[in-house]
Design a protein around this ligand. Sequence first.
Ligand SMILES: Cc1cc2nc3c(=O)[nH]c(=O)nc-3n(C[C@H](O)[C@H](O)[C@H](O)COP(=O)(O)OP(=O)(O)OC[C@H]3O[C@@H](n4cnc5c(N)ncnc54)[C@H](O)[C@@H]3O)c2cc1C
Length: 370
Amino acid sequence: MDFDLPEDIAQHREKVREFALKEFTPELARKHDIEEKFPDSLRKAAFDNGIVDFSSPWKSLVAIEELCRVDPGLGISVTVPYFGAETIMLFGSDLLKEKYLARVNAGKAIMGLAVTEPGGGSDVAGLKTEAKKVDDRYILNGSKMFITNGSIADFFVMLVRTSKPDDKRHHGLSVMVVESRSKGFTANKLKGKLGVRATDTAELVLNNVEVPAENLVGEEGKGFYYIMTFFNISRIFVAAQGLGVAQGCLDRTLEILRNRKDEYRGMEEVNFAIAEMATRIEASRLLTYKAASYLFQFKPKPEITSMAKAYASETAVFCAEKALELTGLEGITGDLERYFRDAKILEIWEGTSEVEKLVISRFLTKEEKA
Ligand SMILES: Cc1cc2nc3c(=O)[nH]c(=O)nc-3n(C[C@H](O)[C@H](O)[C@H](O)COP(=O)(O)OP(=O)(O)OC[C@H]3O[C@@H](n4cnc5c(N)ncnc54)[C@H](O)[C@@H]3O)c2cc1C
């Protein structure tokens, strides 16, 4: 068993780190956080520099980790324009890949994934947005909530109800690609969210929006399975976000402590807290890389993925909290307060920690029964 990354992945990590340290200045990070403005020129720069390389999942993973380590808000903003792409990649027709994915892969379009509704995000099967088939098109009515890239994306991969459920609530759901320029489509940007304020978040309202039948992803009625497959991929990348945030908190804490001239630095409580942060980060990294290793070899283990997502995001929150405690006023008035707010979001999106624990326990009890 070799715990070192292969040379080309390790080199990519270094390249991404150099890019982030040069481009993500504290001033820029603060500006986009305060103004809640998506950094589009930074997205283009990251694309032009080959920072986000989706031809290699390992490169994507270490890139997300390093970018979030330097700044979570900016780091997530430059990697999230592709959010939902795997759904089309795995289940979409050649036409959809050519019509939509090609533009995203060329850095010419931004996409999003719309599942959550105002009534709640965890109960995916309970969603209410309706798509009625009329001739060669679907007519959509309903709304989506907290959608990343909501007011800037060109199109969304959207989960909608195409027929009433039978005995199973998650039946009758379908995925389709919905263009934001469609008649009857409105995006209302949400402001004032706790963290990752450089990312764009919006409510989407669909009022008789017409979607061509060819925009259906895969088969009608199988949408729930497609989205759960997607979450089993994306949760590994959220774990990488958590890992980056946690590592960034430790980096900044050590830097602040190094500059202190008093005895505080040598105190046992301070050293123990640092050791605890570093240990949890290392445990998160092992779990995340293990989940990724299974997935990238096409042998996904959803329970390990959920462990990685829950543990790494909780580690980010733990490290952000410890960092503030250890650095006092300097942390609270500096960049660490932003990490603290950003970290909490990771425990919520793409499955709250409670939902991840439900997935883990379901797998364990299923195995026990078997
Ligand atoms: C910044 C941001 C960006 C987002 N981007 C997107 C996006 O791009 N696309 C998208 O579709 N969604 C997005 N979301 C939505 C996100 O996925 C949901 O917030 C999340 O799934 C939780 O849903 P909810 O907030 O409606 O909480 P709810 O589902 O209402 O849950 C409320 C609380 O109850 C708990 N809970 C719920 N069900 C159970 C249960 N069965 N057992 C135990 N506890 C339970 C939850 O853990 C949570 O603590 C985003 C959210 C945020 C904050």
